[in-house]
Design a protein around this ligand. Structure first.
Ligand SMILES: [Zn+2]
Ligand SMILES: [Zn+2]
Length: 252
């Protein structure tokens, strides 16, 4: 199976990634992708993007060099904010795509399964949230797998099968088995998944091999892999809620 969309990529605005939007789009075009979501880290991550970064994504073209660009974020759970995240609902409402994941040094480093699960359940129930990133990160941020999967089904939120989690360079690669268990639970519960690169450098955009082979091994139904192509992504997102800035920035 070939996937033509990558819903998790980072630019220099994340503070520890090394390419621009233009470079990501160029690499995506070269690999034959139709769509990428630019999902820089929210402000809770050390060096993460400021609120103004997300507000001003309206200047980024919605199509760049033939590749559809979703202006998105990878927000973080945040204990002391109104919506439980480091970006307010007003900001999330403006974005084309809202991913959320737990990261080091953002207030959840204690390996507290109950606390992590409660934070994620609240976030999954937020109508602006589209995807939970790397939920199978058992060694760093354990969660109650069944609770998160069934909430994701209930609220129509995508669970990510993150290709970089299987890369020995990743801090998450020791949770390989748990990533697989998450994918199996998602398969059995009827959840939607996305298989993404989590590229922090443009040459990694569209690399899905490890995660894709897990999905194929466990027989994950293709029609529930949201990032099959641009049409499947845009269909999923626009059915979920209005995307007021989807065409902002025009075609370049
Ligand atoms: Zn990162
Ligand atoms: Zn992440």
């Amino acid at each position: 199976m070939r996937l033509l969309a990558d819903l998790h990529t980072h630019t220099v605005a994340s503070g520890h990634a090394f390419s621009t939007v233009t470079e990501l789009a160029g690499a995506a075009a070269q690999r034959g992708l139709e769509l990428i979501a630019v999902t820089d880290h929210g402000p809770a991550v050390p060096g993460g993007a400021h609120l103004w970064h997300f507000w001003n994504m309206k200047v980024v073209p919605s199509v760049l060099g033939g590749v559809r660009i979703l202006k998105g974020c990878e927000a973080n759970p945040c204990a002391d904010s109104a919506n439980g995240m480091d970006l307010p609902d007003e900001m999330l409402a403006m974005l084309d795509f809202v991913a959320v994941g737990i990261h080091p040094e953002c207030g959840f480093d204690g390996r507290d399964r109950l606390r992590n699960t409660e934070a994620l359940l609240r976030i999954v129930a937020n109508p602006f949230v589209d995807m939970i990133t790397h939920p199978g990160n058992e060694d760093e941020f354990p969660v109650d797998l069944d609770a998160v999967v069934s909430a994701a089904v209930q609220h129509n939120v995508i669970l990510e099968l993150n290709n970089y989690s299987f890369d020995p360079r990743s801090g998450r690669h020791t949770s390989y088995e748990r990533e697989r268990e998450f994918a199996e639970a998602a398969r059995d519960a009827g959840a939607s998944i996305a298989i993404n690169s989590d590229a922090h450098f443009h040459m990694l955009v569209g690399h899905f091999e490890n995660a894709l082979s897990v999905a194929e091994e466990i027989g994950f139904p293709e029609d529930r892999i949201v990032n099959r192509d641009a049409a499947s992504v845009l269909g999923f997102l626009t059915a979920k809620r209005e995307r007021p800035r989807l065409d902002a920035g025009g075609e370049w």
